[in-house]
Design a protein around this ligand. Structure first.
Ligand SMILES: O=C([O-])C(=O)C[C@H](O)[C@@H](O)C(=O)[O-]
Ligand SMILES: [Mg+2]
Length: 431
């Protein structure tokens, strides 16, 4: 009997998940961050799950998009993009804006749509895999590796969210200096076996961050290290940091803001530059590649438009001799599973991917995804190989319902103002 792949129901569940007080150049992470969990159900009762950003601007697109999917086939992945084009984006959401203060690059109507489509694409692939008895990587053409390497994503962080702010405690401790960063890196290796390290920079003056990377290089000799100040530095500062750390960095990530500045740095830095800020859409590739502004593009299936778009990006990068790896924002196990499936299919993946997952103590899966030796094993179970924990989902959704709206949109600057009322988002370049 052939499977009936018709979509008969779509469930959208916005949730708030605990996030530690991780610092970046914009501010600090909120105690709870929004995500959207997507379930797509077929006429045969097969359910697929996906995950994407949960801020209001995504939710307001996801709802009409979901309605248009009823009666379509889960196998019609190309159709998702056609349907997305029919969903109107409110101009106020995109005019002159960047996403999360620029952490995810420009904000356009298309990119907003793609960030929604990606969650649905993953849900459809999960359902399709379950219906056909095939893992998602097989639907993407098959895995070329059995496990995917991730890097330890180190953050400067406070020991706890500001006093009086409802939050979940974490056991990572504070990290506000080189010793704290090294201690955090050691905890990452002990808990997960990571062997490469990325430090989120742009938080302290560059000399302090140079000292932290030097301390890491001393503590973990020969291990790949990266520093990512999210465009906080001038060209001059970027070149100075590159000169100071060139001998220990695998790559420098988004030292300066925008393709022209990145190109200036790349021309003289002597260290490869990676980005998840100046190349975040296919339209930004020609200029950046022509100018030699980036040597590694950090894909993110959420905003590039899904797993197949990630494969297309990898093919373009391969064509131009540019490396590819993966960027990450706060995400849960569904997205980690999706990232792992697609990463398993990309032939030239030569850098460990980023993942925030270790920072997320809460998940919506019955079993957490495990890192062993810094790697996630590629699942061969049908679909993504994950199972939704409905009680957890309901609990995290209840938290979202109970929120008065304060936390439903990620705002790192607002979270910083709770501790430092005078905080204003630093103008760029900050140093
Ligand atoms: O540039 C990056 O790698 C990121 O923007 C990743 C995340 O957004 C990270 O900086 C964060 O969540 O603070
Ligand atoms: Mg980055």
């Amino acid at each position: 009997m052939t499977a009936d792949l018709t979509i008969t129901a779509v469930h959208l569940t916005p949730i708030l998940v605990a996030d530690p007080p991780l610092l970046n150049t914009q501010g600090v992470h909120q105690p709870y961050t929004p995500r959207l969990i997507i379930e797509v159900e077929t006429a045969d009762g097969v359910t697929g799950v996906g995950e994407t950003y949960g801020d209001a601007k995504y939710l307001e697109l996801a709802q009409p998009f979901a309605e248009k999917l009823m009666g379509r086939q889960i196998s019609d992945l190309n159709g998702l993009f056609t349907v997305a084009d029919e969903v109107a984006v409110d101009d106020s959401r995109v005019s002159g804006r960047v996403d999360v203060g620029g952490l995810r690059g420009v904000q356009t109507a298309d990119k907003l749509r793609l960030s929604v489509v990606s969650g649905f694409e993953v849900a459809c692939l999960d359902a399709l895999g379950k219906a056909l008895g095939l893992p998602v990587h097989a639907l993407l053409g098959g895995k070329v590796r059995d496990s995917v390497e991730y890097s330890a994503y180190l953050f400067y962080k406070w020991a706890a969210h500001p006093e009086g702010v409802p939050a979940e405690p974490d056991d990572w401790g504070a990290a506000v200096d080189p010793a704290g960063v090294v201690a955090q890196a050691r905890a990452f290796t002990e808990r997960y076996g990571f062997t490469s390290f990325k430090l989120k920079g742009g938080v302290f003056p560059p000399d302090e961050e140079i000292a932290a990377i030097r301390a890491l290089a001393e503590a973990f000799p020969g291990h790949p290290l990266r520093l990512d100040p999210n465009g906080a530095w001038s060209v001059e500062t970027s070149l100075r940091v590159a000169a100071e750390l060139g001998d220990v960095l695998e790559y420098l990530e988004d030292p300066a803001l925008g393709t022209p500045a990145m190109a200036e740095v790349a021309a003289k830095a002597g260290v490869p530059l990676a980005t998840n800020m100046c190349v975040t859409t296919f339209g930004e590739i020609p200029e950046a590649f022509a100018k030699g502004a980036v040597q590694v593009v950090l894909s993110d299936h959420h905003y590039w438009g899904g797993l197949r778009a990630t494969q297309q990006l990898a093919a373009v990068c391969r064509t131009f001799g540019v490396g590819v790896s993966m960027h990450s924002n706060t995400h849960l196990g569904i997205s980690l599973a999706a990232m792992t499936h697609v990463a398993a299919t990309v032939p030239d993946l030569h850098h460990a991917c980023d993942s925030h997952y270790p920072w997320q103590s809460e998940d919506v899966l019955t079993e957490r995804i495990v890192f062993e030796g810094g790697r996630v094993t590629v699942s061969d179970a049908p679909g993504l190989g994950v199972e939704l924990d409905r009680d957890r989902l309901a609990f995290l959704h209840r938290r979202w319902l109970d929120d008065d709206g304060t936390l439903r949109d990620r705002d790192d600057a607002a979270a910083m103002r709770v501790a430092h009322p005078d905080w204003v988002t630093p103008s760029v370049p900050r140093w």
